[in-house]
Design a protein around this ligand. Structure first.
Ligand SMILES: Cc1ncc(COP(=O)(O)OP(=O)(O)O)c(N)n1
Ligand SMILES: Cc1nc(C(=O)O)sc1CCOP(=O)(O)O
Ligand SMILES: [Mg+2]
Length: 520
């Protein structure tokens, strides 16, 4: 089987060669490739940045001199696919890294080319000062990296077809020109729409995770257009004579709100990818497959952005979340729940591991009455069926329980789904899976649920989530009146507690104390 390198991977290898030359190194080695991966816009560069590894740090660590001249775009043209066997021949010093990259690609369920991210995997998993240094940077572990690769693959709705036959089907020259012209116009629309959405994500929603997904789509666009051929696109462009460039409807200039603007651009980019996919089929099957993947990724992105906005509104006033368990309450769960609600708890979760279904149903109906009277949200732990039976507002599931997709089938479109997460990859995945909020923990040691010592995610996890996720989330685990301020300082705007309220002699009083520690 032939294994091909993506255009991004090819560019990185060529750039590595140039870096080795400008560094006057006796031969190309792994650190030149590492610098090249950080230097070029690529998936690997984004992964490095996501783990706070910047080009400047690499240059400081290794004896590297970047080339003064920019790469010559003609000689670096990557329209011709490169096979792994050719790459091994041209870059023998990188043999081990390329083999590791191939091994990682072979684990994928879908046919995948060797991309820059796989080269980075190769660097991470081969022995040498480069991998020692990469691992010493903290968060770039092989486990974290593999999670990222899985995430990228899941975003791809369809396998990439790696049959590289170039096929220009349109028969007449005029048909060909118009096909390229249509693709060029749609690609421009897509680029512009993506930019608007990116600016929204950057300046309004401030969501680094979703912005990263959008950037991946921009890279995919660049890759797909390489299959089409930039020269033909530019040569066929005729903006002056494009019908529609001078006609505009008033609706084009009307945007009632920021959200309306966002939605208009989300639709615009989806439509543009459909045009690209359809017309792309006339030029290159590879490009068409990439456009299709982009379209599906944009549907997921749309859903994630809109879900963030919707749930931010739904949970706007909910700072404090109470997980209630009868066994933790000294004076029964009824008084604890009612006092906490009166003091301002915004969400209550029924978390009972010992009750029979009948007991849960009866108990659930009482808690439903109390929460409804207080205008609070009610969530059922673990059990989507019982959430429906007691008319709860949602259900909370852990990593080993039913996935969001299946839960959604049971509870319908309106009820909320909360998902527990214990590391940043799980948190990112929960956003894409369609969770309405996430639990982020354990923050501090707790006796309410058992975790092994190494499972304490701690305040670092809180900081990571605060830095990139805007879907509402609750820090959880061992939070009390003495340490809540640390979670807030780490970036938590919402927290969930169980024993601190349930076991308190005066649940209402401790609730007020916890709530008073939130700014504003
Ligand atoms: C808000 C919130 N976050 C996390 C959890 C934990 O859920 P899970 O991992 O399923 O563990 P159990 O609570 O079921 O023991 C939660 N319940 N609520
Ligand atoms: C149920 C639960 N889940 C956690 C997670 O990290 O997912 S921590 C936790 C225990 C929360 O209770 P307390 O406030 O008494 O520590
Ligand atoms: Mg659970």
């Amino acid at each position: 089987m032939q294994h091909l390198l993506t255009a991004g991977a090819q560019r990185a290898l060529k750039q590595a060669e140039r870096i080795a030359q400008s560094s006057a190194a006796p031969e190309l080695d792994a650190c030149h490739l590492l610098a090249a991966l950080a230097f070029e816009e690529s998936r690997a560069a984004e992964l490095l940045l996501a783990h706070q590894i910047e080009l400047a740090m690499i240059l400081e660590q290794f004896p590297i001199q970047l080339p003064e001249e920019p790469a010559n775009s003609d000689s670096d043209s990557t329209n011709e696919p490169l096979e792994l066997s050719q790459a091994l021949y041209h870059f023998p010093a990188l043999r081990e890294i390329l083999n590791q990259a191939l091994e990682q690609v072979s684990r994928s369920d879908v046919p995948t080319e060797i991309g820059s991210e796989h080269l980075l995997w190769g660097l991470l998993t081969t022995a040498g000062s480069h991998s020692e240094w990469l691992r010493s940077q903290g968060t770039l572990t092989t486990a974290a990296f593999e999670q990222n690769l899985i995430l990228q693959q899941r975003q791809s709705a369809e396998p990439i077809n790696v049959d590289f036959a170039f096929r220009v089907v349109p028969t007449t020259a005029s048909d060909q020109t118009n096909t390229f012209r249509t693709i060029d116009a749609a690609a421009n629309r897509l680029r512009e729409g993506l930019r608007v959405i990116e600016d929204y994500l950057r300046f309004t929603l401030d969501d680094a995770h979703l912005m990263q997904l959008l950037k991946n789509t921009r890279h995919q666009l660049a890759e797909a257009l390489r299959f089409i051929g930039q020269d033909s696109l530019i040569a066929s462009r005729d903006t002056l004579h494009d019908v529609g460039t001078s006609i505009s409807t008033t609706s084009e200039f009307e945007r009632q709100s920021m959200e309306h603007l966002l939605q208009a651009n989300l639709k615009r980019v989806q439509e543009a990818t459909r045009t690209l996919e359809e017309f792309g089929k006339l030029i290159s099957v590879e490009a068409a497959a990439l456009f299709k993947q982009m379209r599906y990724a944009l549907y997921t992105l749309e859903k994630s952005i809109l879900s963030c906005l919707h749930n931010q509104r739904r949970l706007e006033d909910c700072r404090l979340y109470l997980l209630v368990s009868e066994s933790l309450c000294h004076h029964g769960s009824g008084p604890a729940v009612r006092e906490a609600l009166a003091a301002g708890v915004g969400i209550v979760q029924i978390r009972e591991k010992e009750m029979t279904d009948r007991q849960l149903l009866e108990h659930g109906r009482h808690v439903r009455e109390w929460t409804r009277a207080a205008g609070a949200i009610l969530i059922m732990n673990d059990r989507p069926d019982l959430a429906v039976a007691i008319d709860a507002d949602g259900v909370h599931v852990g990593q080993d329980e039913l996935p969001v997709r299946e839960v959604r089938q049971i509870i319908g479109p309106q009820r909320m789904i909360g998902v527990s997460t214990h590391n940043i990859e799980q948190a990112r995945q929960a956003v894409l899976d369609g969770a309405d909020y996430i639990g982020v923990g354990p923050t501090f040691p707790t006796t309410t649920k058992s975790f092994a010592e190494h499972e304490y995610a701690g305040l670092n996890f809180i900081k990571q989530v605060a830095a990139e996720i805007t879907l509402p989330w609750f820090a959880i685990g061992g939070i009390n009146a003495d340490n809540l301020c640390q979670a807030v300082q780490a970036g938590a705007q919402r927290v969930a507690v169980s024993s601190t309220i349930c076991s308190a002699p005066e649940p209402g009083q401790i609730t007020s104390e916890l709530l008073s520690q939130f700014p504003g």
